[in-house]
Design a protein around this ligand. Sequence first.
Ligand code: PEP
Ligand code: MN
Length: 332
Amino acid sequence: MIIHLKSSIGEGQAHEIAKATESAIFHNGDCFVLVTPSKLKEAPNQYSSMIEQSWPMDSDIQLASKSYLSETREITIGNTTIGGRTGNTMVIAGPCSVESEEQIRESAALMIELGISGLRGGCYKPRTSPYSFQGLGLEGLKLLAKMREEHGFTIVSEVRDATHVDEVIEHADVIQIGAKSMYDHGILQACAKKDKAVLIKRGFGTTLQEFAQAAEFVLSGGNSNVMLCERGIRTFETKTRFTLDLCGVAWLKEYTNLPIILDPSHALGYRYGIEDLSKACVAMGIDGLLVEVHPNPAVAKSDAAQQLYHDQFRQLMKAIKPVAEAVGRKIV
Ligand code: PEP
Ligand code: MN
């Protein structure tokens, strides 16, 4: 159950009530918000005079639920706002990993040419093999920050463990929590204490309930700037790298209030169908599209098979614009 206390209730009293009701507690700018376990369906009588409004909930998807906020949350990242009634579909593109200044400058130049403000690039890569490229770390983050300083990009980069959160916050505008890290409570709780935008990617074997509950960890710590990213789940199919769960996206849109970003690159794992998938994603009326593109994919240090050539990405941008228009959205 979500409880908004009256704005006259101070911190001390709010924490006492939170303790007695086993609630998470944060301040939303107007009042203290308590989130009890969802099995509690009625607020205890002794607190009723202190409560402004309360929402009983069906499950522990609470702050992320449409029954709490009926509209998708509006999130401002850099110069771009998504969600709410904006109708914006934000493109976030760039290489899988930041590899060198020359490479990220070439990526930045492509984004400028196409009027894209969201530049991505991983610096702490959660690789499956210890012998694969692990990312440039802080050096890479500094390169991204340089691109932001020079061109005003909105930078998206991932954390691999909780110790990277502050570094990524300093150099990027969106903290990406990867598919392999989304159960890491150290990361989730560190992000919950900040107000930076967080993009949570769905784990390979994560149910929609678990996915939305990962967001609850961040929301219930007081950070309301959370986006969910569907990037493919593992199924019996082996011809494609993963299976993009568009049914899941329909469910998330219907039942959660979080902006939804789709990542066709990691889902398919190969360049050939990314344009088609991107059109399908945009047609679903999503809030953002995340695509990997590299100046020379043949020598990419990670995810080489799926990163688009620059010309393919130019073509993709042309192809998704009319689709966005057809569903009443604008590519930003
Ligand atoms: C990535 O975005 O490069 C990445 C590692 O994604 P995921 O966590 O979805 O595998
Ligand atoms: Mn990648």
